[in-house]
Design a protein around this ligand. Sequence first.
Ligand SMILES: Nc1ncnc2c1ncn2[C@@H]1O[C@H](COP(=O)(O)OP(=O)(O)OP(=O)(O)O)[C@@H](O)[C@H]1O
Length: 226
Amino acid sequence: MDIRFSSASVSFGGRMVLQPLTLTLTERRIGIIGLNGSGKTTFARLINGLVKPTTGQVTVNGLDTVRDASATLAAAGFIFQNPQHQIIMPIVHEDIAFGLKNRGLKADEIERRTAAVLERFGIPHLAKRRVHELSGGETQLVAIASVLVTGPGILILDEPTNQLDLKNRRLVETTITGLDEHSIVISHDLPLIEQFERVLLFHEGRLVVDGPAQEAIRAYHAVAGC
Ligand SMILES: Nc1ncnc2c1ncn2[C@@H]1O[C@H](COP(=O)(O)OP(=O)(O)OP(=O)(O)O)[C@@H](O)[C@H]1O
């Protein structure tokens, strides 16, 4: 993974919500922390082109997120804060197959890949379940499976353990830390974040710490005043 920000900033309606930043991300597990409204989601959305830089440039494995928008989307999958919003089909198996159908794969290949990803996440028993009947943890796993089945090398997750009970949180945490793909995770779940190789702390639209997890978490407590 090689993600480069070159003087990239974001303004909405003339207000700069992300100050210009220049950095390169290559680590396997990267955490993003900060208070509400500090710019975390905006930063993460720049990576797969959901938000365009107002100034500067962002590239993902050499792809420009604006010029090469669809290739960037294929390289970096995104799991939204409310994953139920990105689940499109009513049945789990159909939802996982959806992205593969869109890519024009043959039926037997779709079936093979769908079964493999269900197996990978330990959820073959959910294949025929209705999506709206799943628990929060199951919904997260299905959303992750639906994105990873298309083969992005990078997964960006926006608060993946938010609103999960302790058991489901552990399940999703273990799934994320065990991924082969590179992951970039926005989270207030500090026990998860403290396992990561590199953590970025945002405050009021600025990247204020970029370093080891312990250092960033200590600084987070300081800016939060607790
Ligand atoms: N599409 C948009 N239009 C206008 N303002 C926006 C837009 N998206 C985000 N903002 C503003 O940008 C700032 C940063 O928002 P962002 O969602 O990146 O923060 P965050 O750190 O992810 O917050 P949270 O932890 O609450 O999800 C906020 O003031 C937000 O209101």
